[in-house]
Design a protein around this ligand. Sequence first.
Ligand code: ZN
Length: 182
Amino acid sequence: MAPGFTLPNVRYLNHTGAKGIFVEEHMDRPTTAEVARFFDKVRVTKHCWLWEASLNGKRYGHFWHRGQNIKAHRFSYALFVRPIKPGKQILHRRECGNPSCVNPHHLYMGTHTDNMRDKKIWGDIVFGERVGVSKLSESDVRIIRKIYRDNKFNHKYIGELFNVDRTTVGRIVRGEYWRRVH
Ligand SMILES: [Zn+2]
């Protein structure tokens, strides 16, 4: 995950259907139940958040949401990172490369050209944060706080998503752990 990653307000983008494009102007925040339903289909592993429900022919996760067939990684990006601009693709970082992954750390917004360019530039540098030093990354901590604040999930449920115990989640959301991360 790139340094300086921030989590803006959760916003959800309308889906126009046929072309698979989210339109930035039409935003409606998903409910807690909808977010929970999304997470119920996700299996969090050490690196990737694997989509365990339907996959399409290209191995991207998708699910029905408000009457529309939504790509799971786009939903995750819009939920955790920022609105998806019209015409933009949500791409998997090279270090991930798993179409069924919905870990927002592994996603970025770009065009097909960006995708080709970044594959050349990045090499192996981006994905170091999680390895070794600590079980959670700073980005994880921000996401945990955001999920807790926005969706009122309990500590146990969030702990299961991130593979940490509920006490740790409590300390994170109260600011006792990771105090310098905002
Ligand atoms: Zn991944």
